[in-house]
Design a protein around this ligand. Structure first.
Ligand code: IMP
Length: 176
């Protein structure tokens, strides 16, 4: 997110954050990922599954940029974080009502850190017999992988620092 003054740091819950990615960089990478998804799924009827809450902004921009009219959108909700640490335990807070059997599914996530959440979702959704299952993430902390999970689409590979904004939160705050 571009702050009014890019030199400016902000403090949230007593922690200091400095600007990292700006609006233009994000828009450019969203566009690139969207064109990769379009290349792979053009002529199909994709179902985009946005992982709440963090991916809502990325999903809104990405799905519009992909531009496939004959597609649908659904939401799931998982949680594993407390403060700036993973708890190691992934909880499903809201499941999926839609039937995904035979659909080309693209999961849209804000960030893959240890990969535990991603693996749990791939397992849960994969068991529901989609025609194909792909995973798009805005951010990938490749070095924190505990699972070896590799997303199909990545906007940015980032270091293992804690990041907020563009949907990502610190205990519910600072998503904007
Ligand atoms: P994983 O299961 O360790 O891969 O963590 C994935 C989830 O942890 C994401 O969906 C986020 O909710 C949260 N998360 C991980 N890193 C960050 C971060 O840097 N900022 C905000 N949330 C994060």
């Amino acid at each position: 997110i571009q702050l009014p003054n890019m030199d400016k740091s902000i403090t949230v819950n007593g922690l200091r954050f400095s600007p990292y990615l700006d609006r233009e960089q994000i828009a450019a990478e969203v566009k690139r990922v969207a064109s990769e998804i379009r290349r792979d799924l053009e002529g199909r009827r994709p179902l985009f599954i946005c992982v709440l809450t963090g991916a809502f902004m990325f999903a809104a921009d990405l799905i519009r940029e992909v531009g496939i009219t004959d597609s649908s959108v659904a939401f799931v909700r998982y949680s594993s974080y407390e403060g700036t640490q993973t708890t190691g335990e992934v909880k499903q807070l809201m499941g999926l009502k839609e039937d995904i059997e035979g659909r080309d599914v693209v999961i849209i996530e804000d960030i893959v850190d240890t990969g535990l959440t991603a693996c749990k979702m791939m397992e849960d959704l994969g068991a529901r017999k989609p025609a194909s299952l792909r995973f798009a993430t805005l951010l990938h902390k490749k070095e924190s992988s505990r699972t070896g999970f590799v997303p199909d689409y990545v906007a940015f590979t980032i270091p293992s620092d804690f990041i907020i904004g563009y949907g990502l939160d610190l205990d519910g705050s600072a998503r904007n």
